[in-house]
Design a protein around this ligand. Structure first.
Ligand code: AMP
Ligand code: MG
Length: 421
């Protein structure tokens, strides 16, 4: 059976990032947060746009004040007041100064700003009580960057700081990658939707909802295809549809070895290449990953061949395999150039953690900050893969490698940190 790390490598290898020419859209800056930049952004402007003051104070000529002190202050005539946003009118002559405020443009003739705290004003005169350094508190035009400088490379996620940079450079619209499209359907004769009355033997299809939320959180667009019966004809139809409209397809259930587990057989009949059939992971062993020859799909929206994940049916296994295998694939597909793989931290375990040692085992729980150090607290109750209730509020998965059967309380453990803290 494949190890988790081999499976991860195979999956990432199968993913082609979206195309930086074809798979893009233009969005307004106000809606660009969390999107992935598709084209590098170059500044049309110098920054700062012009010499301006970093302080409230007085704009002066350095040579007038270089020997100033409390005992022998230079006394200058104030010829203008320059609030932020106004263009200075005068040129500062020897013996003159301008009252200036933070962010205001430095007037011609002045080269230095003396902070207000180092001055004493009397009507239209100011005494400079301490000699400044030459050019002190002047933010020079283009000193941070010049017009033509690349501000942001392609392939990064736009968060608040990047949005601010883009606004300062007057970039009202941006070219970003379109959201990856992820088709989702659930399989099983026993499944009903959240609003259908339950008959004996039936269960609610929770996987579809959990997966839709995970896909949205990842920045991709979920395409909800509903519940499909354990019926080869219906399954073949939905798979054909899904691979035609999506970049990634997620089904849950029907990949185990039961008589009604049809997914692998149908994928084979559709000429898919089954890349992975099972992974040494708990929960989540029956995991199918398949690709289709790109010629299979007619009217493909994406130029890429869809990547198919047949996830197990058990709700906990669905979440764990999504976090461990599907999320990295969506990230690589999305155009982001780094940080695809999960983040693992070494932390202290609060609880005893057990596994049978046969598969890489993921136990869910919560990271707590104790005296500035993270501690993993295993969720109470059963960690059976069919148990959903204690998955609520999970923000980390503790990982026990193959062969490791026990981690004692206070021992170090690796955890996969989830973003839904
Ligand atoms: P399967 O892999 O199809 O044999 O399903 C394994 C287990 O997961 C069974 O107990 C199913 O009832 C359960 N299950 C399958 N699909 C879902 C779903 N969409 N939502 C919740 N539980 C499911
Ligand atoms: Mg089933």
């Amino acid at each position: 059976m494949l190890s988790v790390s081999d499976a991860q490598a195979i999956i990432l290898n199968l993913v082609q990032p979206l195309d930086r020419q074809r798979d893009i859209e233009v969005v307004d800056l106000l809606t660009a947060d969390s999107r992935i930049l598709a084209t590098p952004v170059t500044s049309p402007l110098d920054f700062p746009h012009w010499d301006n003051s970093a302080m409230d104070g007085y704009a002066v000529r350095y040579e007038d004040v270089q020997h100033s002190s409390t005992e022998q202050p230079a006394i200058l005539e104030i010829v203008e007041e320059i609030p932020a946003g106004y263009q200075p009118k005068s040129t500062i002559q020897p013996g003159q100064a301008a009252r200036i405020f933070t962010g205001a443009a430095i007037p011609a003739g002045a080269d230095t700003v003396v902070m207000q705290e180092k001055t004493h004003r009397q009507e239209n005169r100011v005494s400079i009580l301490d000699a400044p350094k030459s050019q002190e508190f002047v933010r020079h035009k283009a000193s941070f960057y010049q017009a033509g400088t690349q501000l942001l490379p392609a392939g990064i996620k736009l968060n608040a700081s990047e949005i601010g940079v883009l606004a300062a450079a007057q970039c009202p619209q941006l070219s970003v990658y379109r959201r990856p499209r992820v088709a989702i359907f659930s399989t099983g004769d026993e499944l009903v939707t959240v609003d259908q009355p339950l008959q004996p033997g039936q269960i609610v299809d929770s996987n579809q909802y959990a997966l839709a939320a995970l896909v949205k959180e990842s920045g991709a667009e979920p395409l909800i295809l509903g519940i499909v019966k354990d019926d080869p004809v219906a399954l073949e139809k939905v798979i054909n549809h899904a691979i035609a409209i999506a970049d990634i397809v997620l089904s849950s259930g029907g990949v185990s070895v039961g008589d009604y587990d049809y997914i692998d057989k149908i994928l084979e009949s559709l000429k898919a290449k089954i890349q992975i059939r099972a992974v040494e992971i708990s929960p989540g062993k029956p995991l199918t990953v398949a690709t289709f020859p790109s010629t299979d799909a007619i009217n493909r929206v994406s130029p890429h061949s869809a990547l198919y994940f047949g996830l197990p049916g058990n709700p906990a296994a669905v979440l764990v395999t999504f976090w461990r295998f599907v999320l990295p694939a969506i990230k690589k597909l999305s155009g982001i150039t780094e940080g695809w793989e999960p983040v693992f931290l070494k932390v202290r375990s609060h609880d005893e953690l057990r596994s049978n040692g046969k598969r890489e085992t993921y136990l869910w729980g919560k990271l707590h900050l104790i005296d500035g150090v993270y501690e993993f607290h295993k969720a109470g109750g059963s960690h059976s893969s069919g148990n959903l209730i204690n998955l609520a509020q999970t923000n980390a998965l503790a990982v026990l490698p193959v062969g490791k059967t026990l981690i004692y309380p206070q021992e170090e453990v690796e955890v996969l940190q989830l973003s839904n803290g």
